[in-house]
Design a protein around this ligand. Structure first.
Ligand code: PGA
Length: 246
């Protein structure tokens, strides 16, 4: 809920323009629902993919105020973000709800950016891994390895989202390695190796490269810095540089 229609369209146009000549990086944007169609128009003809920030797990029907997966597909979405910490904190998206949405999205044709992350108190008390293990095992319950191929994991420590405080590259890498190990145990090594694990939480142009250089950090889920095209493009260029050296 951070743009107007006008500023969102300008942002999308600037991103498309700024991406000319960039290669080796997959880029997507996830605008608020009312702006999906006008933003899709701005992205038309570019390689930038479109996603939504939430969806209903229900089939189209009498669910006033909700947005169906079919509607998101209809307007050109390929992706949906599920389990963002703000939805978990303020909108009742428990692990069970997130799992229901995730299965529904995958069965009906959307790919999923599945967010997990611990609170500051969890990290301080050494509970990070147990919190993530609960979110992973409940959120990905009943998923097949084939379905997992359509899921990106976004590790977003809640204390780093929108705070300007980012996890250190070492902290993030350690946690990503834990998530990778967990995925190998649950889905097998091949699926684990192929899964993109993004880091999110105060990623900016000037810290992206250090984070993305880590072996288990495969991308970024960007909030605040995605609202300024120069910042967002700086992150993409950092990713491009890293991709060239790997
Ligand atoms: P931030 O947000 O980049 O502003 O910390 C991340 C997010 O909301 O996913």
């Amino acid at each position: 809920m951070n743009t107007t229609l006008q500023s969102g369209q300008t942002l999308a146009a600037e991103i498309v323009h700024g991406l000319a000549g960039v290669s080796g990086v997959d880029v997507g944007v996830c605008p608020p629902s009312p702006y999906l169609i006008p933003i899709a128009q701005k992205l038309h003809g570019s390689t930038v993919v479109l996603g939504a920030q939430n969806c209903s797990p229900e089939k189209p029907g009498a669910f006033t105020g909700e947005v169906a997966i079919e509607m998101l597909l209809d307007v050109g979405c390929q992706w949906v973000i599920l389990g963002h910490s703000e939805r978990r904190q303020f909108f009742g998206d428990t692990d069970e709800v997130v799992n229901k949405k995730l299965i529904a999205a995958l069965e009906r044709g959307l790919k999923v950016i599945f967010c997990i992350g611990e609170m500051l108190e969890d990290r301080k008390t050494g509970r990070t891994e147990s919190v993530l293990e609960t979110q992973l095992s409940k959120g990905l319950l009943n998923l097949t390895p084939e379905q997992m191929a359509k899921v990106v994991i976004a590790y977003e420590p809640v204390w780093a989202i929108g705070t300007g405080v980012t996890a250190s590259p070492e902290q993030a890498e350690e946690t990503h390695a834990y998530i990778r190990k967990w995925l190998a145990g649950r889905f097998g090594q091949a699926v684990s190796d192929a899964t993109r694990i993004q880091y999110g939480g105060s990623v900016k142009g000037d810290n992206a490269k250090e984070l993305l250089a880590k072996p288990n950090i495969d991308g970024a889920l960007v909030g605040g810095a995605s609202l300024k095209s120069d910042q967002f493009l700086a992150i993409i260029r950092a990713a491009e540089e890293i991709a060239k050296t790997h």
